[in-house]
Each structure stands twice: as C-alpha cells, then as structure tokens.
Write a protein that binds this ligand. Structure first.
Ligand code: ATP
Length: 935
C-alpha cells in the first residue's frame, strides 16, 4: 500500500488507508471531525469587492469630486456652514449608495448559496444528502447520470458509468469508468479510469466512490485559479441603462453649462453660478439608476425565492417577463409525481389494485374478486420484477423518538396521508408499494436474488434492466415504456405458459396499453428472461433481448391542484403552455385536456413525428401543437429552436442530463430543484425549488412586475430631474434670480429622489399585469409612452415650480428677503410636486387607478420626505443653512395648487387618452375566462 497511487489500491487497501467502510461509509461524528481537520470541500473563490472599497467607490464619481472640490473652496472662502452641510449631504448620499450596493451584492451571494450543489453519501450505512462542501476524505459517495462529481473519488463500483472530463482534461468524449485497481503507477489523469474528479460530469449510469481529496487538494483545485471566471451578472437592461446614463450625463452637463452661462450673462455672481451648476449636475445626473435597478432586480429575485423559483442568472429576470411560450415537463411539474399503481393487465386479464398513497396495504381484485398473488404465476412474477428492477426505497418516516413518530403518524393521518415515504424515483416507489401489497419487499427479494449488474434507465431507451443471480444462474428483469419494451420481447407469459409473442398478442398488449393511457394512467411494462450459461451480457443491447413479456402496470399521477389556475393565468397573459413529456401520447393528451393545456382544436404530436419532420415542416406546425409525447431530449432542443424561429421567447423545463442542451438553448432554461440533475441545473437560469409549474408562472409574474417597477422609478427619477433642470434653465434664460440655491438642489436630490424611488422599486404589481400580452424582448425601456410621460411631466413640474417662484417674487427681479421667500416657495413646490408625482408613477394609466395606501414603503418614504421638508422650513437652526423662511397659509395654498396641477392635468389627460385608445384597439382582456374546476 505504501507509496501506491490511489488508482492502484484494492478495495481493502483503500478502506484501510482512508479508515472507512466500503459499504456503509463513515459515521456522521467522524465526518464532522474530518471536516474540521480538512476544511470545507470548496474551491477558494476570488474575493468580491470589500465593503470598504464599495464605500470608497461611492465617491469616485467625477461630478461628486468636483462638488467636493467646490465645497472645499467655498469653505476656504468663509462659507463654512454651507460647505459642511454639502459635505454632510454628500456623505449621507454615499452611505445610502453603499447600503444599496452592499445589500444588492449580499443578496446575489445568498442566491449563489441557494443553488449550491449537494452530494449523496452513505454515513453509517444510511443514505443522506449533504451540501457538497461538507464532504470529507473517506466519504462514500453515490453518483448517477447527471451528477457533477462533488470531490475527487476512487470508484468502487460502476454500472455502465461514463464521465465527461472536459473541464479537466479537455477531452469531450465521455470516459467509461470501472472500479478495478490499475497496476501502473504513473498514469495521465484521463487514463485513471477508476477515479472520478471534482467538477466532471456523469453522463450515464451510476457509480459509487470513496472521497480521496476535497477542496483545493483536488485536481480541480490545482487549476482552480486558471478556470475561475466571473459569472455574467449584468442584465441587458442594466447595460442599456448604463448607456442611457452616459447620454443623460452629457445632456445634463450641457444643460448645466447653458444654465451657468445664462446666469452669468444675466449678472449672477460667477462663483454662485458655478456652485449652483455643479449641484444641479450632481442632482440631475441619475447616477443612482444602475444601483436601484440592481436592487429592484435583487429584491424581486428574493420575492421569487419566496414563490419557490430560484434565479441563477440575473438577466433571466428580465427575459421572464417576455416569455410567450412555456414548455413544461409533465411528471412532477404539472402532476404531483405521487404515483399509485391502480390497474394491472396480465395475459389478457385486468387486475385492479386497491389502497392509496405509499402505504403498502391493499388488495388485488379481478372482476371485483380478490386474487391470491401466490397462486398466480403472472402476478407473482410481475410484482417480483417490480421490486427487483428498482432503485427506490420505501420506508416509514425515520423518527428516533417514539413519541415523535406517533405524532407524525397522527398528523399524517389527519392530513389524509400516511407516514410512508419513498426515497428515489416516485415511479419506482409506486412499484415498491405494489410489491409490498403482494407481500414482498425489495430487501427480502434481493436476499434471494442478489443484483449482479444494472442497466440504468435512460430517457432515450425508456427502459431499465437488472441482472440478478438465482439458483446458480442469472436472470434479466426489465421494466419500461410498453411500446419500447415489446420491441425487445420474443415471448409472452400467457395463462401461466410462455408462448411466442405473435402479432395478435402484441396488438392485444398495445390495445390494453392504449386503454390504460386514455384513462390518464402512466403505464409501464414488465419482462424477464434467463441468461444462458456463458452468454455475454455486458451492455443493455445484449441484455434486453429475446425477453418474455409479462404484463402492464398503470399508475395514476394526479395533476397538481394549483396547475389549473396557473394555466388559465398563462392564457390570460397571452402565454402558451406546451406539455413536453417522455410519457405515452394518450396518457399525455388525457392529462393535458384535464388541466386545460390542450384546447379542442389543439394538436398533440409524438417524438417520432418530430423526428420525421424537417425543420421547415416543424416550424409550420409547432405553433399549433400543445402536447409533445414520447419525446427524447434531442427532440426538445429542436422544439425550442423551432419556437424561437417563430419569434417566441421560450421557457423550457428539464431534469435529466440530456435535457441540458435544450434548457441551455431556451431563452429561460428551467431546472427542477428536487428531481433535476446538477448538469441541468448548471445549464439553467431558473431552478424551481418545488418542481412546480405554478412556480414558473409566479416567476413570470414577478419578472413582469420587476420590469414594470424599473420603469416606474425611471419614470419618477427622470421626470423629477427634468423638472429640476427646467426650473433652473427657464429661470436663467428669462434672466430671473436663482430659483433654488445649491443646498436646496442637493437636498431635493437626496431626500425626494432617493427613498421614494426605492419604494417604487418594490411596488405591488398592477392588477392587470397578467392580462397583457408578453412584451417584446426588444422593447425599448421608454416604449408604451413612457418617454412622453417623463418629458411632459418634467416640463409641467418645472413650469409650475417656476410659476410659483415668479408669483411669490412679485416680478422678474427681487432680492434679499423676498428672494429667500420665493426660493422657499419654489423649493416646497418642487418637493411636493415630486412627492405627488411618485404616486402617479405607480400606474401606467393614472393616479386614480391605484389604491393610495397599498405601498406602505412608499407612503412612509413620502411622509418622511415631507417631514424633512417641514423641518428644513420650520426648524430654526436649519433655516440659515438651507436659506429658508417659514411659509404662510397663503404660500402653502400656492404651493399646493402649483404642485397639484401637473398630476391633475396628466390624470385628466390619461383618463381621456386611455378611454380613446381602448375604444380604438382594445387591450386583451379575458376578464371572465372560464376557470376549469379544480378536482
Ligand atoms: P416528463 O418528461 O413529463 O417528466 P416522464 O417522467 O413521463 O415525463 P420519462 O421519465 O422520460 O418521462 O419516462 C418516459 C417513460 O419511460 C415513461 O412513460 C415510463 O413508461 C418509462 N419509465 C419512466 N421511469 C422509468 C423507470 N424508472 N424505469 C423504467 N421505465 C421507466
């Protein structure tokens, strides 16, 4: 053992050197100890921005630096109080900006944790799923197709296992793995066929391995620094807004220069105008826009998590709102994946099975009379194969404490279920329950028929087989999709006799299959054969041949309750739902009709049909097809691409390893959180925590809401900025004194623009959010009249503020006390106009279409802004700093009228405009669409 490489060790040597048990793994306490010793199984990550750097970044903005410079100069010139206040405002602004960004970064990090990989390990003989970072050397890990290898492993068992090691060796062809020791000490990584390495992918089969290295000690760890890439986390919208920001900066600066020049030409002191100009530029440049967009996205993403949808790639949040087709798996996503075998068909006889859920008690009935399984050769064989050709486990809830167990049983009973549960594939779980009802369990049978080899299930073959030993010989047991299974059968067990599988008998089987499927049952067929002495049985092709067909088992899998409503919602939102399933066409159609996916004139198609079509033919039909059945993963890719060519934005779900290409190609790739493989999850942009279709619809809804919220605060911020600039611009052009002094401008920027804009970012969606067609992915952010709304409202705010200023000033000039008075009125008008306007921004129609107190954050933000304004006006020590005076009732009347006019005018305008538009075109409304009854 000494000096031997890992791949040279025998099983015993391996167990000894890592102090582990090859069958049961290590104990949990020992795992904990080793975790302390070796550290977590993680690759060191490149550090993100430190909080301090993040804070300093807030002050790197060019205009902010100019403002600081100008303030320092004004401080030196003796305006100490002014300078200090401006510095304080800049600091507060910086702190707020920092908090926003810090929070955004933290929530992105939390997201990453949520989608962190897990591993299946044996600890003390029990199968547990642990976060991959908790693996330690000596752990016994189970791998199956679709898993990403969670650490460096030495394999001790391989069932047709192939692993793609491109990430490590650059070789994209998967390597077939085995478990035997290899003699030669020096071997290239790619030749160590009995090892599996962290980060590589299992493409087929299953395997078991012992962890030999974790974290940075792994082969991947050695090259970790080379392969670390930063994930693309900016969304197209963020990028577009950044570009827009640059244009706005130039625009704001140009206008500011004009304002300053005009002021100077009209005799304003140069220094005053300079400071006013810089303040105006700082206020008018929407430097906070990208940060607020990130926050709106990040907070939206957190809301999605609450609705069971985990976003892996931020850009998909935007795309979600554009989804026009959702292609969904059936089993587990549209249905509950709680299978129960209710009907069998054996040798021309129908046998019903009673009992509910996973509790293995029930009866077998033929024509209403109980059937004795022991005396029925077909039934006995079928149930035996159901248990042997199976990887699931059936158990009662594991409760150490008897009282707790009893309580759980009671609760389960009250909830109408039993404490029995299934570990593994629910289809196989249902078969174990079936076997249990016939009096056999997997463990008792496996003692008599130990497993020699497994040919795992895959979505292409739609079959699974095991080879078991019995009485000195071997037996092949197969189960799978009946239509795919009978191709492999040459005989059939009929009335207890093995007879040739003639055309007539095959037709009978297919008819029985069809009859079960049309009752929405998921059907599996069963077959077996003896292995002849010296027969080669190394792959599934050799094994699954010349089989003896036994019969069929049909299981119900009820639709998820919430799916009915979600599908109606999709229809109302102009989103088409398509079912794509590996199941039989008739079963799929029956379920699709029940849940409302398949309309009367809608088409269903099978994977074979898709296979026969050219891309052009598929493009012509794909718009009318609602159900694709018996689909293999490669068809999924073609379906996605065809829909995309029709101009659709496609959301596509997937779970198996072969689904990854389609999931990646879709505009929104969706992986299943529970049943999905690591590979599919990594290819996806969204993971469903509960595998539920309704969660996709919830995510689409959130996606739409987030986009609308971003539009809301862009509308608010830009209109406010237009108002601010215009007030100053018009005044300077008209040769008026400054309507707002620099500190007031900065104050407006900080208090009025900051908090309310944030509150808009978390605004509730409008009630008709899911009654619009999806927006086009190419839509401009200013589309649907947003640009017009911003400009018109900005102009109105600017003009009204200036009007209030001029009216109070009592003429075109004024100075001293009168000017301060007029500036205070202008300040109050501008603030109030913006705070009223913020409520307008909540609706795409008018302020009257929303409930006023619905967004509590907004009400709070506006109230606090109002209070701060009153403080600036009425708290005596603040008056000299902000150059304000208390206002009289008459002044307030003027302020209210001037600030209210924009909302009043725009409100009337939009009510009139929208009623005209509705008369002309009409928004799509399915207001009273029939809602299918929930079963
Ligand atoms: P979806 O793609 O909607 O999730 P599905 O689960 O029905 O659908 P697959 O898992 O690919 O799709 O199953 C396809 C067919 O393969 C099923 O109709 C069934 O007949 C058969 N099948 C499913 N699971 C097993 C299994 N564990 N062993 C053998 N055959 C199976």
């Amino acid at each position: 053992m000494e000096g031997k490489a890992w791949h040279q060790l025998t099983e015993d040597e391996l167990a000894k050197s890592l102090a582990t048990d090859i069958k049961g793994g290590i104990a949990p306490e020992e795992a904990e100890r080793r975790l302390n010793e070796h550290g977590p199984n993680e690759l060191a990550e490149r550090q993100g921005e430190s909080p301090i750097k993040l804070f300093i970044n807030q002050f790197k903005d060019f205009m902010v630096l100019v403002l600081v410079g100008a303030t320092v100069v004004s401080g030196l010139l003796g305006e100490m109080l002014d300078a200090l206040t401006i510095i304080a405002i800049i600091l507060i602004n910086g702190v707020l900006g920092f908090l926003q960004e810090y929070r955004a970064e933290r929530s992105l990090k939390a997201l990453k944790e949520l989608s962190a990989p897990s591993a299946k390990v044996m600890r003390n003989g029990a199968l547990v799923i642990v976060p991959a970072k908790e693996l330690v050397p000596g752990d016994l890990v189970l791998l199956e197709s679709g898993d990403r290898v969670p650490a460096d492993l030495r394999l001790i068992e391989s069932n047709q296992c192939t692993i793609e090691e491109a990430a490590l060796t650059g070789e994209s062809v998967p390597v077939a793995k085995h478990a035997a020791a290899i003699g030669s000490p020096e071997l290239a990584l790619g030749d160590r066929k009995n090892c599996a390495y962290l980060g590589t992918m299992v493409t087929r089969g299953t395997a078991k391995g012992i962890v030999i290295k974790t974290g940075m000690a792994t082969e991947m760890g050695h090259i970790a620094n080379l392969i670390q890439q930063t994930e693309e986390s900016e969304t197209p919208l963020q990028r577009r807004l950044e570009q827009l920001g640059k244009i706005l900066i130039v625009l704001a600066l140009a206008l500011t220069v004009v304002v300053v020049l005009a002021g100077v030409l009209h005799g304003q002191p140069i220094y005053d105008m300079f400071l006013a100009g810089v303040s105006l530029a700082v206020a008018a440049i929407p430097e906070g826009l990208p940060a607020i967009v990130t926050i709106a996205l990040a907070l939206g993403v957190q809301r999605m998590i609450k609705r069971r949808a985990i976003v892996r790639k931020l850009p998909s949040v935007e795309t979600l709102g554009c989804a026009s087709v959702i292609c969904s798996d059936k089993t587990g996503t549209l249905t509950q994946n709680k299978m129960t075998v209710t009907r069998l068909w054996i040798g021309g006889r129908q046998v019903d099975v009673s009992g509910e859920g996973y509790e293995p008690t029930g009866q077998f009935l033929s024509g209403g009379k109980p059937v004795e399984v022991k005396g029925d050769a077909g039934l006995r064989r079928l149930t035996q194969i159901a248990a042997l050709c199976n990887n699931a486990e059936l158990a009662t809830e594991e409760r150490s404490d008897e009282a707790k167990r009893k309580k759980a049983a009671k609760e389960a009973e009250a909830a109408g279920s039993t404490p029995w549960n299934v570990k593994g594939d629910p289809t196989e779980g249902a078969l174990l329950v079936l076997a249990g009802k016939s009096g056999v369990s997997r463990s008792s049978l496996e003692a008599l028929y130990p497993r020699v080899k497994e040919f795992p299930f895959d979505a292409e073959r739609k079959r699974m087989s095991v080879m078991v030993a019995h009485q000195g010989g071997n037996l092949i047991c197969t189960k799978g999709a009946p239509d795919m299974l009978i191709e492999r059968c040459s005989y059939v067990l009929w009335d207890g006799n093995v007879v040739p599988f003639t055309g007539t008998l095959r037709t009978k089987v297919l008819q029985a299959n069809e009859a079960m499927a049309s009752d929405a049952l998921r059907v599996l067929g069963f077959a077996y054969r003896d292995v002849r002495a010296h027969e080669q049985c190394d792959n599934e092709d050799q094994a699954e041949n010349g089989l003896i067909f036994i019969g069929l088992a049909g299981m119900i899998d009820p639709p998820r309750r919430e799916v009915f409503e979600a599908i109606v919602k999709c229809r109302q939102a102009g989103i088409k739902t398509v079912m794509i399933t590996g199941d039989h066409r008739t079963t799929a159609e029956a379920i699709a009709r029940t849940i409302g996916i398949l309309p009367k004139d809608g088409k269903a198609m099978s994977g074979a049909d898709v296979g026969l079509m050219t891309d052009e033919q598929l493009d012509k039909t794909s718009d009318d097809v609602y159900v694709y059945a018996r689909v293999s993963p490669e068809h999924k890719l073609r379906i996605v691409q065809s829909l995309q060519r029709q101009g659709h934005v496609v959301a596509m779900t997937g779970d198996g390893v072969n689904d990854a290409p389609a999931v990646k190609a879709a505009d929104i790739g969706i992986a299943m959180g529970i049943t999905g493989t690591d590979v599919t999850k990594e290819a996806s942009s969204l993971v469903l925590a509960d595998d539920n279709f309704a969660s996709i619809v919830a995510a689409v809804e959130e996606g739409r809401g987030i986009y609308e919220n971003i539009r809301k605060f862009i509308r608010y911020l830009l209109a406010s900025n237009v108002g601010e600039i215009l007030t100053m611009f018009l005044a300077m052009m008209a040769g008026l004194p400054l309507p707002l002094i620099p500190i007031q401008i900065l104050w407006v920027n900080l208090v009025t623009d900051g908090l309310p804009a944030m509150a808009l970012g978390v605004d509730q969606a409008e009630s008709d959010l899911m009654r619009h067609k999806p927006r086009s992915a190419k839509e401009n952010i200013f589309a649907r009249r947003l640009g017009w709304k911003i400009i018109s409202r900005g102009v109105l705010i600017g003009v009204c503020t200036l009007a209030a200023f001029v009216l109070t000033l009592g003429g075109m000039s004024g100075d001293g006390a009168q000017l301060v008075h007029a500036q205070t009125v202008a300040f109050a008008t501008l603030v109030l106009a913006q705070l009223i306007h913020v409520f307008d921004c909540r609706s795409s129609r008018s302020i009257f279409h929303r409930r006023f107190f619905e967004n509590k954050f907004l009400v709070l933000a506006v109230l606090s802004s109002l209070l701060l304004m009153l403080a600036v006006l009425y708290v005596e020590p603040l008056q000299p700093i902000f150059k304000t005076v208390p206002l009289s009732l008459r002044d307030w009347a003027l302020v209210f009228v001037a600030a209210g006019i924009p909302t009043f005018l725009m409100g009337i305008g939009s009510v009139w405009g929208s009623s005209r538009r509705r008369r002309k075109s009409g928004r799509i409304s399915y207001g009273n669409a029939a809602r299918p009854a929930v079963r």
